[in-house]
Design a protein around this ligand. Structure first.
Ligand code: SF4
Length: 416
């Protein structure tokens, strides 16, 4: 029988915990003790009293998806009248708006759309880099890379190399959910990427010189032990490659999802979030940075995260579509994020994806309009089909018909 106090002492001494020890702590350590342990590690890794954040924009280039994860309220089926693909011109406009408020990158993710071939991504990335050479593309989570590799019948490393050659700068850790295949099968996300496939994309990306993040979505059908197993798998890969910059965890948002309705799931509580964050800080001893997920937990719990192991407030974000579709709609602009950081007793600094400091808050140097609501991918009812899509072959029947209509001018493009 494991003694929790012995494990607490082990963590205090700076030693690594194994899965059983982590589970004992996670289940039985008092919440304030977990917080103190995590906070001590955060202080050891970040002694300067600085909490960072990034100004970027969370853009979802398409909501059309064949993966159909049962926890997702964002996707639309192929052929749905509510399906969209953003045009290159719309994305440029979003980048312009991002740069205007001090933003340095797009976090670009989307559905697994069978009608967007690899060449569409390559052309988009090249066009972005041509117009905005310094602007970064933090794009395509591992399941999207797997989808593209299958669609183009290319091995994953080749797919990654092609995306890098076109301008990909780093890969976001989305789509990890829980890296245990039993859970992935229950969430209908085993088909989009198994645990090993997710980890393999990251392994190849790290080998190719990219840095990436790692995530965990908890609060569905997993056990506590499976949350720990997820963290152990990330820790093992980080030991192997050292390529992860940060870990971000958030709770499943059940509204408007098949999974939430079928299992009558409620959202995990704030204490569950803080305990999960703290145990992640303890287990992931080889990760430098842990982000607070204020977009799912709200600003107040986001701020509390800074006492439970987080050293980063994540992103100013500007736009959000996925979490909003599942019912959460928190918004914090740069001023609000900085207010939360400073009120918790830290100095707030802007950073890039590599966690290099970029300086003091952007709004200090120039007037920046307040942002009291996050933008969406598109205004409701905007059904434009981008003109340039006619250049790319579609795979689905609906996509092929749309391309034919674009070619003979029966559909209005977005570049009028
Ligand atoms: S989570 Fe991603 S892959 Fe799964 S259905 Fe939603 S958009 Fe598709």
């Amino acid at each position: 029988m494991l003694s929790v106090s012995a494990v607490i002492e082990k963590v205090r001494a700076g030693d690594r915990v194994d899965a059983d020890e982590a589970l004992a702590l996670y289940r039985h350590a008092p919440t304030p003790v977990l917080g103190q342990l995590a906070d001590a590690i955060r202080r050891r890794k970040h002694p300067g009293g600085v909490v960072t954040y990034i100004i970027d924009r969370n853009v979802n280039y398409t909501n059309v998806c064949v993966a159909k994860c049962n926890f997702c309220a964002f996707y639309r089926e192929v052929g749905s009248p509510e399906g969209y693909v953003l045009g290159f011109d719309e994305l440029f406009r979003k980048i312009d708006e991002t740069i205007a408020v001090g933003g340095v990158q797009l976090l670009l993710q989307g559905g697994h759309n069978p009608d967007l071939p690899l060449s569409w991504y390559e052309d988009l990335f090249r066009a972005v880099k041509e117009r905005y050479p310094e602007f970064k593309l933090h794009a395509l989570s591992p399941p999207e890379v797997v989808h593209l590799s299958r669609l183009s019948q290319l091995p994953v490393p080749t797919t990654i190399d092609r995306l890098i050659a076109a301008g990909l700068d780093s890969i976001p850790g989305g789509g990890a959910e829980i890296l245990v295949d039993r859970v992935r099968k229950l969430l209908h996300c085993y088909g989009k990427a198994t645990s090993d496939e997710w980890l393999d994309v990251m392994r190849h990306a790290h080998r190719a010189g990219l840095r990436t993040t790692a995530t965990m979505m908890y609060g569905t059908l997993e056990t506590d032990g499976e949350r720990i197993e997820h963290m152990m798998r990330l820790r093992d890969l980080q030991d192997e490659t050292g390529g992860f910059t940060a870990f971000i965890t958030w709770s499943f948002q059940p509204d408007h999802t098949e999974l939430g309705a079928e299992h009558a799931l409620s959202e995990a509580t704030g204490i569950d979030y803080l305990r999960t964050l703290a145990i992640a800080r303890i287990v992931l001893d080889n990760f430098d940075n842990l982000q607070a997920s204020w977009v799912t937990q709200g600003g107040k719990v986001g701020q509390l995260s800074l006492a439970y192991g987080a050293n980063d407030m994540g992103s100013v974000m500007i736009e959000e579509n996925v979490v909003r579709a599942a019912g959460a709609s928190y918004c914090m602009d740069e001023l609000e994020i900085v207010r939360n950081i400073e009120d918790a007793g830290f100095a707030a600094k802007r950073r890039n994806m590599h966690y290099e400091l970029l300086g003091d808050p952007y709004y200090v140097g120039q007037p920046v309009p307040r942002m009291l609501e996050l933008a969406t991918a598109r205004e409701a009812g905007d059904t434009r089909v981008p003109e340039e899509l006619r250049l790319y072959p579609a795979r689905s029947r609906a996509g092929k018909s749309e391309r034919e209509q674009l070619q003979d001018g029966r559909l209005a493009g977005s570049q009028e």
